[in-house]
Ligand binder design. Structure first.
Ligand SMILES: [Mg+2]
Length: 328
């Protein structure tokens, strides 16, 4: 099977199909989709195009033996999460797939996983290419925001409160589990497996935050690193109450912040610097009713003058090294 046959068989869908799952409310934005040299797309009137790309490499970003269906879903989810952070609505995506060989069973499952997850986010595949080499997946997502309304990293103001959209540490805990560095019980295994391959991109929350948030970022590098990106871009500092950070440790029935408990220490590292959580970290004015937007949102600190991120534990300042934070 050559590249053209492969694309036609696994990555082309008939938009006129009767299958409801294949129709989105913006099919008419695609003038020319998969199959020509380029896609030709109609950007909605009075909107700006918001674009981001991510690459996932087998053995680096996911275990080499992962199921193709799950890998496709993770690749798409982590990429579309960047649109959530900017308050953009997903429209289209392109795919660059590097494959070690043409394994039709793998391709069938990968393409099914990709289209299933893209349908959930109402996002249309409009082009791509394939090459031969070690397995790697690049996805570029395109979204739209009403002109001038994208949420950026640079708008945090002194006095704003800092929020996260849900539990931190799950991504790193999941990776440790998949790499067999830690062992969880069956229930926790299932939870973390699903958190790794199906991290939910917070698109709906991102759209609501356009009216409220002064800055936002999705947590991919690690909570402290990503909040620090906001502080640097906004020329402010953040004061964080570590005990307020939401996490899922109860799922493996271990107490947190127990000094002689190595799992407790690992959890602190995972929460603060693990990354791969794809929650949103954002700032908003103190008077904004942010927690009403979603039951999982937690206020975890405030923006102050200065630079960098300062952590407190039960009201006392703590050095990041004491919390297990590792610079890299
Ligand atoms: Mg990001």
């Amino acid at each position: 099977m050559n590249e053209f046959e492969l694309i036609k068989r696994y990555f082309t869908r008939d938009v006129e199909s009767d299958d409801d799952s294949e129709s989105t409310d913006h099919n008419d934005t695609v003038a020319i989709g998969v199959g020509d040299d380029c896609a030709v797309l109609n950007v909605p009137v009075d909107h700006q195009l918001v674009v981001s790309i991510d690459t996932l490499i087998a053995g680096v970003h996911f275990p080499k033996q992962s199921e193709a269906y799950a890998v496709a879903q993770r690749a798409f989810s982590v990429c579309v999460s960047d649109l959530a952070a900017m308050g953009a609505e997903p429209l289209w995506f392109t795919l660059a797939l590097t494959l070690p060989n043409t394994n039709e069973t793998w391709l069938e499952k990968f393409s099914m996983g990709l289209f299933d997850i893209a349908d959930e986010y109402n996002c249309i595949l409009v082009g791509g290419n394939t090459t031969r080499g070690p397995l790697s997946i690049s996805i570029q997502v395109h979204g739209a925001v009403p002109s001038g309304q994208a949420i950026t990293r640079s708008g945090a103001k002194v006095g704003d409160l800092v929020y996260v959209s849900g539990p931190l540490g799950d991504g790193a805990a999941a990776l440790a589990m998949l790499d067999k560095r830690v062992k969880f019980n069956d229930e926790a295994n299932e939870y973390f497996y699903s958190r790794f391959f199906w991290p939910e991109a917070k698109i709906d929350l991102g759209l609501k935050l356009r009216e409220i948030a002064t800055s936002a970022i999705d947590i991919s590098d690690g909570f402290l690193a990503d909040l620090n990106h906001i502080c640097t871009a906004s020329k402010v500092a953040a004061e964080i109450c570590v005990e307020k950070l939401p996490h899922s440790q109860h799922r493996i029935d271990q107490a947190m912040f127990v000094k002689d408990d190595s799992l407790g220490i690992k959890w602190q590292q995972w929460i603060l610097s693990g990354g791969d959580d794809y929650q949103l970290c954002f700032t908003a004015p103190a008077e904004a009713n942010v927690e009403a937007l979603d039951q999982h949102i937690r206020c975890i600190g405030k923006i102050v003058e200065g630079q960098g991120v300062l952590c407190t534990l039960d009201g006392k300042e703590v050095a990041l090294s004491r919390l297990g934070y590792q610079h890299f």
